[in-house]
Design a protein around this ligand. Structure first.
Ligand SMILES: [Zn+2]
Length: 247
């Protein structure tokens, strides 16, 4: 019996959660739902709609769900070729499940020993990061940096600038790292007080900087101290002999 010829199914681009990138996907089904909201007292109204689609990645065959929504309050204005002002509603696309969460560093669980509160802040920061909540991630990075300086023994009442200078003067970080962590601080401030939202690339860079610092301060540092303990002390006998030969 001949194999059934593959029908040309409808496809569209979608963010495959397994490939974690835009792929051509087969549309297995879709439905559009419109909605309307009205405030009777003031006569305000908002409307919009959501396209729901069940997609399959043509690369890895992962099946996932996508929503593409718009609403009448959100408009982008532009001028067409004739110079006429036009507008359109931008679409907000979401896919489920989310792409695999960013793997926490292998040493993450060891932070529990360094300081449970710092580990808790970092844990929540990773949840924000994995959900693309960039404002909350930036605030979390700054909070984690603040807590880390306190654990190291720096006075929490000091300003961030003073704390970073102390880290540098105490030999915890060099000038370059001091500057990078200064950016983490500024980014966290801007996110917390002015609602500034870094993009995903910026967030990744800020996160890497903090991870490098934490790894050195709490993991490598602790290990190095452990090695120091296992190095045998200078034998007493030699010291005693040394004393005897001194005139
Ligand atoms: Zn895929």
């Amino acid at each position: 019996m001949a194999t059934t010829p593959t029908a040309t199914n409808a496809t569209k681009k979608g963010h495959c959660p397994t490939c974690d990138g835009e792929r051509t996907c087969e549309i297995h089904g879709s439905i559009y739902k419109a909605w309307d909201w009205e405030d009777k007292q003031y006569g305000h109204s908002v409307n919009g709609g959501v396209d729901h689609s069940l997609l399959e990645c043509q690369g890895c065959e992962t099946v996932f769900y996508e929503t593409s929504s718009w609403n009448s309050e959100d408009t982008d204005h532009y001028y067409d070729a004739a110079g006429q002002e036009q507008y359109e509603h931008p679409r907000e696309i979401q896919t489920y499940p989310k792409p695999e969460a960013k793997t926490k560093p292998v040493w993450f669980d060891a932070m529990q020993k360094a300081d449970p509160q710092l580990r808790n802040i970092l844990s929540q920061m990773y949840v924000a990061h994995d959900n693309q909540a960039h404002i909350l991630t930036a605030i979390g990075l700054r909070t984690a940096l603040d807590r880390a300086t306190e654990v190291i023994g720096i006075d929490p009442a000091k300003t961030f600038d003073e704390k970073l200078n102390e880290l540098r003067n105490g030999g915890w970080i060099g000038q370059t790292e001091r500057d990078i962590l200064g950016v983490v601080t500024d980014a966290g401030n801007a996110a917390a007080h002015r609602g500034w939202e870094p993009d995903s690339q910026e967030v990744s860079e800020l996160l890497s900087s903090l991870e490098v610092f934490l790894h050195r301060a709490f993991i490598v540092g602790q290990k190095a101290l452990g090695i120091k303990k296992s190095i045998p002390a200078k034998p007493e006998r030699l010291l005693a002999v040394g004393k005897k030969t001194t005139p």
